[in-house]
Design a protein around this ligand. Structure first.
Ligand code: SF4
Length: 136
């Protein structure tokens, strides 16, 4: 019985410590604003980026690493670049990529998944943002 109470107390203590360390909702929302490192324009990355590299891999024409997070260094100027940027937006695990204007074409872009990773080097291998897994 004493062992169970001790374990419960430890669980409560670790939950309290996690809550104390976690940003509050207000703090988190404050970080969801445009990083100043982004170039001006529609697409931008906010301060919640965890530097996972997904957007830079998916749309290297648009995203780069500045500091310890991603940023938009060039706004998409073609249909292909916009498609890749929106695929990256949908794939970002922290939803840190945004557009200033609502993307009216986002539903069409959702339908492009699973999308090929690299047809030249690994033909037939596809990426699906919803399940975060590779399809063959
Ligand atoms: S996909 Fe999202 S979390 Fe990952 S590097 Fe890009 S902006 Fe950051």
């Amino acid at each position: 019985m004493a062992v169970k109470i001790t374990a419960d107390l430890r669980a409560i203590q670790s939950q309290e410590e996690a809550a104390a360390a976690a940003p509050t909702s207000i703090q988190y929302q404050a970080r969801r604003v445009r990083r100043p490192q982004n170039i001006e324009g529609d697409f931008f990355v906010d301060h919640t980026c965890i530097d996972c590299d997904t957007c830079r891999w998916m749309a290297p024409q648009v995203f780069t690493r500045i500091g310890d997070m991603s940023a938009v260094f060039k706004q998409p100027t073609s249909g292909e670049e916009r498609l890749k940027a929106l695929q990256a937006l949908l794939s970002c695990p922290t939803s840190s990529i945004h557009t200033e204007k609502p993307a009216s074409d986002i539903l069409q872009v959702q339908k492009t998944f699973p999308s090929p990773i690299d047809q030249q080097r690994i033909p037939g291998v596809k990426y699906n943002y919803r399940q975060s897994q590779i399809h063959r």
